[in-house]
Ligand binder design. Structure first.
Ligand code: PGA
Length: 257
């Protein structure tokens, strides 16, 4: 059973539109000798102001797709600061990142709001990377599986309701202790968490949905550790923050498998 591989970068609140254009020029040169492989997606989530047509075109030259870091659960309305799936699609975007731990931690994202965003994005035919992951105190308190079960249950509930989506849906496991800290989970810890997430999906959505689901690892992924992490049987790609900001380093990650 071969699953899609998804190698993604999350720029968070970094890079202006001009810097984004320079970045894609540079990464196109880095990736010139490494064409995209079959069943593989390379995706970058820039900030919303760096998603214009010129930047999308520059990204396409590098075989990189772009996505938004957030998407609202309504298509339009009085929701200051939010992003509409209709509008994202209208400017040519297919991908959305949902429930990143920074959204959960600083912007009051809950399993409930995240699930609403997921439902809207999938109903609108967008591809999704849906983030889960335990906080440090939860890991230390032995609650990792419990937290992942709860977060994945919110994901399952939406998939159960809407049925098999036509677009790509994936989960990114990002232990909060590893985000931006340089402390990566060990490949064994990542594999154990991914296996658990897949089991929770299997129990609710069945074998096929579970086996087809790409599960990405995120948290201090670097050019040095990407290959080892992705060699784990249940790690189907990566979601990279800091190390996605340097075109040469990210190109190494994108070509690690
Ligand atoms: P990091 O961030 O790679 O800088 O740890 C990962 C993420 O937040 O998606």
């Amino acid at each position: 059973m071969s699953r899609l591989k998804i190698l993604a970068g999350n720029w968070k609140m970094h890079n202006t539109p001009t810097e984004a254009l320079e970045y894609f020029g540079a990464i196109t040169r880095e990736l010139a000798a490494a064409p995209l492989k079959p069943a593989m997606h390379r995706v970058i989530f820039p900030p919303a102001y760096a998603l214009g047509a010129d930047i999308q075109k520059a990204a396409r030259n590098a075989d990189v797709e772009l996505g938004a870091q957030n998407v609202h659960w309504e298509l339009k309305g009085a929701f200051t600061g939010e992003l509409s799936a209709t509008a994202l699609k209208a400017i040519g975007l297919k991908w959305a990142l949902i429930a990143h731990s920074e959204r959960r931690q600083y912007f009051a994202e809950t399993d409930e709001t995240a699930a609403k965003r997921l439902r809207c994005a999938l109903t609108e035919g967008m591809n999704v990377v849906y983030c889960v992951g335990e906080r440090l105190e939860e890991r230390e308190g032995g609650k990792t599986e419990e937290v992942l079960s709860r977060q994945t249950a919110a994901f399952n509930k939406v998939l159960k309701e809407i049925g098999v989506p036509k677009s790509i849906v994936s989960i990114a496991y990002e232990p909060v202790l590893a985000i931006g800290t340089g402390k990566t989970a060990t490949p064994e810890q990542a594999e154990a968490a991914h296996k658990h997430i897949r089991k929770v999906v299997w129990d609710e959505l069945g074998m096929e949905a579970a086996q087809m689901l790409p599960i990405l690892y995120g948290g201090s992924v670097t050019p040095e550790n990407a290959k080892t992490l992705m060699s784990q049987p249940n790690v189907d790609g990566v979601l990279v923050g800091g190390a996605s900001l340097k075109p040469d380093g990210f190109a190494k990650i994108l070509t690690a498998i």
